[in-house]
Each structure stands twice: as C-alpha cells, then as structure tokens.
Write a protein that binds this ligand. Sequence first.
Ligand SMILES: Nc1nc2c(c(=O)[nH]1)N[C@H]1C(S)=C(S)[C@@H](COP(=O)(O)OP(=O)(O)OC[C@H]3O[C@@H](n4cnc5c(N)ncnc54)[C@H](O)[C@@H]3O)O[C@H]1N2
Ligand code: MOO
Length: 408
Amino acid sequence: MSDGPINDFPSGLLFDEAMAIVAEVAAAHRLEAETVALSRCHGRVLAGDVDAPLSLPPFDNSAMDGFAFRHADLAGEQTVLRLIGEQFAGLDGGWSLAAGECVRITTGAPLPAGADTVAIKENVAVAGERVSVPRTALGQNVRYAGEDVRQGERVLQAGQLLTPARVSLAASLGLSSLRVRRKPTVAVFTSGDELVEPGMSLQPGQIYDSNRDLLMGLLRADGLEPTAWPRLPDDPKQVEIALRDAACAFDLVFTCGAVSAGEKDHIPAVLREFGRIHLWKVKMRPGMPLLFGSMDQARMLGLPGNPVSVMATYMTFGRALIDGLQGRSEARPRFRARLVGSIEKTHPRREFIRARLFSDDAGVLRVDPNPATGSHRLRAAADSDALMVVAEGPQTLADGAVMDVLPY
Ligand SMILES: Nc1nc2c(c(=O)[nH]1)N[C@H]1C(S)=C(S)[C@@H](COP(=O)(O)OP(=O)(O)OC[C@H]3O[C@@H](n4cnc5c(N)ncnc54)[C@H](O)[C@@H]3O)O[C@H]1N2
Ligand code: MOO
C-alpha cells in the first residue's frame, strides 16, 4: 500500500459541492431498467413514462346505490317512474331507458343508455314497479368516463417513486408490470477493534456495535435489503480483502468508522489504492470525515463512526446516492418547521442538530433542538425524531426562524 499523502481528490468541500459530486457519480452509474410484476413495484423508481392505455373511469357509472333515470322525466317534488330492471356492478346488462323508466343500480355499475342521473335509494320509495324519486339535480351521482384519466394521457413519469397510490393507478389501467430501475444491492460494514456484538460480555475498553443496527435500520426504512458483513478489524490487509470482495458483488458498500485521521483509519488508503476516491471530508457537523469513492463495480460511502455522524451522512449523502443510482428525479418531500428557542452558531460548517418535531396549538410545525452536542450521544438521537439543518457560517437564529428538517 502506498504511504504517500492521500490528496489527489477533492477534499474539505462545502456540503453542496459534495452533494453535486455524489449526484454526478450516481448518474454516471445509473442501474439498469428491468420489467417487474406490478406487485413487486412498490418503492421502486419508474424507468419510463406511463401513458394511459384506457380512460378512467372506463365508462359512465353510478357513484351510489339507487335508481338511474332520465333527468328530463322529472316533474315536481316527486316523480313516479317505472322500474324496468337491475344493473349491478359487473357485466353491462345493455339497458336502455325510454321515457318514464328507471333501473335499480349499484355503486360502480354502468349507467344504462339514456340515463343521466341517479337518486340514492334512501330517498326513493319503491312499491312494486312504481318508484317515486325526489327532485334531483341533473348528473347527480354520476361518475363520467375519462373524468379522472383520459386515454393516452401521461399519468406517471420516469424518475418517480412508485408509491402505493401510483402502483394502484397502474393496476387500474390494466398494467401488470412496469419498467423500473433495479434496486441497488447494499453491503454494510462496521469497523473497529473496540466493537463487540450486543449480547457478548464487554472487556475494558470495548463498546457494543450500535451502528450496524442503526445503518441497517435506516436502509431498510428506505426500502432496501442490505446485507451486513462481519465487522472489519483495524487491520489494513483484512479491510482490503473484505472491501474488495464486497465491491465486486454489490452496487453499494456502506462502511461506518475508520475514515478519519487515526492510525487505525485504513479505509481511505484502501479505497485509494484499489479503487478511486471521489471526495473525502465535507464541511458538515457531524459527519466531516465522510469518504466517497468507487471500487470495482461498487460505489462506496465511508460514513464516519460516530452514531450521529452515521445518521447525518446517511440521510443526506447516502440517500442522494441511492436515489441517483435509481434515477429518482422527483425530489424527496421537503419539511420546514419553526425553531423553538434560539441558536447562536459560530462555526463555518453546515450543522445537523437532533430535534423533536411537533405541531403547536396553532397548527404550526415546530422543531425543538436537543441541547446535547457530541456526535457520540445516541440517547439524544433516540429522544429526537428529526435532524434540524443549520446553514453554513455564523448564524443567529431567533425563536420562530424557519428551519429545514429531516424527519427520521
Ligand atoms: N485528529 C482527528 N481526530 C478526529 C477527526 C479529525 O478530523 N482529526 N475527526 C473526528 C470526527 S469529526 C469524527 S466523526 C470521528 C470519525 O472517525 P472515524 O470515522 O474514523 O470513526 P472511528 O474512529 O472508527 O470511530 C469514531 C467513534 O465512533 C465509535 N464507533 C465506531 N463504529 C461504531 C459502531 N459500529 N458502533 C458504535 N460506535 C462506533 C468509535 O468507537 C469512536 O468512538 O473521528 C474524530 N476524530
Ligand atoms: O464530524 Mo464528526 O462526524 O463531528 O462527529
């Protein structure tokens, strides 16, 4: 391994500069498109636009259970019509109404030819064939063909995330599969000789590995199916072997720890020697030692080892990488909330502060920062449900200032 300075790549970048590099590298390594059965499309990113092969609703139909008739037949407060049959939701009975006739109809059933209005059954008196319907506005309780979607109209676009409603829309159009981007396969590594598996006994100087569950949980919550690898020891040869092995089998390799300046922080040197570093160190807090590169077929994101650094870097760079690889072009929802209390920030880096989100009595979303500083303090993260973002440079923020927040 080379002993020279590791400096032939961008370093000490502004947050937005680093994000731009991640987006660019991800776009250059976009995952291939595949055709997937609709039931497996949830959470996937669409690879192509979808134009409606049919209109929705496909035919005029009733919005309520009741009686369908011709509005022109109504006279006065009550009109007696002649019941000629039933049209339930399902096969079209081919009914056609002549003057003074009506048909019993259920919700979703096709409207008989000639009918243009439906009275709900609760307001109708039926005696044999005689049906007394009240005054009803023209078109009442009718759902028109094409009022939701017109045939040929673009309803979904490449780059959109397939939410349950979007998958359901595709189903309603009769589509049984969609072109989506492959989901990245993800390997997760934690690293450090101090780490012990929860459940084992601790020797002096050791701590339990908490980042593995943190990162696996964050990835799973984003719909990925990560694979946890055995922990990396603080040994450069073993780090090299494990990372090279993972890099030829996974799209994404996430590591936690061993990316800072310590004597045992081997990951940057391994990445440089056997792959390529795209950037190292970002002006953010926590998360400053973030490392991003490529090795073999994988993109590698080296998250700093402190737990809150893992959260801040995953929720920003990790997600940008995952979204970029899948060509997700629709921005994730942005949340903004008003600050509780005030903040005086003096350092130059962008800061991510653990905070609680809540709606106040006036219906205003508020964000209440946790006073704990220190990216090792996991308890403050567990007591919080969002990271609040404070912009670069010195900032004096008063109560009520509008803040960007990343809920988790
Ligand atoms: N001289 C310098 N020292 C440090 C710098 C620096 O720039 N110069 N950066 C500091 C910052 S900021 C951070 S963040 C940390 C990150 O360092 P590493 O990514 O190399 O992480 P480690 O040293 O391996 O670990 C940091 C910290 O986190 C604990 N840790 C690591 N992995 C886990 C895990 N899986 N579960 C629980 N806890 C974990 C580890 O024990 C350390 O306490 O470096 C600063 N130092
Ligand atoms: O930047 Mo470190 O990630 O302060 O904790």
